[in-house]
Design a protein around this ligand. Structure first.
Ligand code: GSH
Length: 250
């Protein structure tokens, strides 16, 4: 569920739509595309992940998971990017980004959930290829994560990344295998439908394009997935993707 009962007075005082985000994070991009599809006015609150701003107490009061994105709408706090885009679709109904019938809706939600569960793959391959040169996770950082009682798996991830040994190599291998499996699944869906949610563009496409674009950015081989490539080109040609991702600089 998207709504979170936040204790943050900062959030409670915000009117309209506000997005707490990293400019380049795929989960933030997911929400931005939905906002742009609906042509909504919103305000950005940019955090710097390289300086661990998501760990700061003020932000922890807004989002207890200390991750981005967080949407604040008229003082109410919404977390989890896939729940947020569903909230936006329920609240701002034009254009509608989900089918009306419940069977199709449930199918679409499963595809969306898969995109969220895929986050560990995105995180692993991004760290391995994009962040390795610039992100220095120190022993002090790890101690801070433990003090903040982050989930043990999240701490283990950063410890393995910092050590850059066999445990990290195993994570990368698992990530690559999982990416292959996920792309095969998308390719199969696109064999009979032009969009991931059926015959119309919608939330499932928004949910996955940010992941597929990140796979392209880390140069994961996509040649064996021609339908996925064509679909990605079509989604990226939309004005919403252009405004939210291609030309977005914060
Ligand atoms: N399930 C969450 C995942 C959020 C997430 O992992 N966000 C990343 C950026 S895409 C983040 O904040 N990472 C910072 C960190 O792990 O410290 C969602 O979809 O909102």
């Amino acid at each position: 569920m998207a709504l979170y009962q936040s204790r943050s007075e900062v959030a409670a005082a915000l009117e309209g739509l506000h997005l707490f985000q990293f400019v380049t994070s795929n989960c933030s991009q997911r929400v931005r595309i939905a906002l742009e599809e609906k042509e909504l006015a919103w305000t950005a609150h940019n955090l710097d992940g390289a300086r661990w701003q998501q760990m700061q107490p003020d932000y922890g009061a807004i989002n207890p998971n200390r991750v981005v994105p967080t949407l604040v709408h008229d003082g109410r706090v919404y977390i989890e990017s896939n729940d947020i885009i569903e909230y936006l679709d329920d609240t701002f109904t034009q254009p509608n980004l989900r089918p009306q019938d419940s069977v199709a809706r449930n199918r679409l939600r499963t595809i969306q959930d898969d995109s969220g569960a895929f986050q560990w793959v995105i995180k692993t391959l991004s760290h391995d290829i994009l962040f390795r040169a610039t992100r220095n996770v120190t022993a002090e950082d790890i101690a801070m994560f433990e003090r903040l009682e982050l989930e043990p798996e999240r701490v283990a991830f950063y410890r393995d990344f910092a050590e850059n040994g066999t445990a990290w190599a195993a994570r990368v291998d698992q990530g690559k295998n999982a990416a292959q499996v996920a792309l095969e699944k998308l390719e199969t869906i696109l064999e009979k439908d032009s969009w991931l949610g059926g015959h119309a563009f919608g939330l499932a496409d928004i949910a996955w394009i940010v992941n597929v674009a990140r796979l392209q950015l880390v140069k994961f081989p996509l040649e064996d997935f021609p339908r996925v490539l064509k679909w990605a080109t079509r989604v990226k040609a939309r004005p919403s993707y252009h405004r939210a991702v291609t030309s977005y600089s914060g």
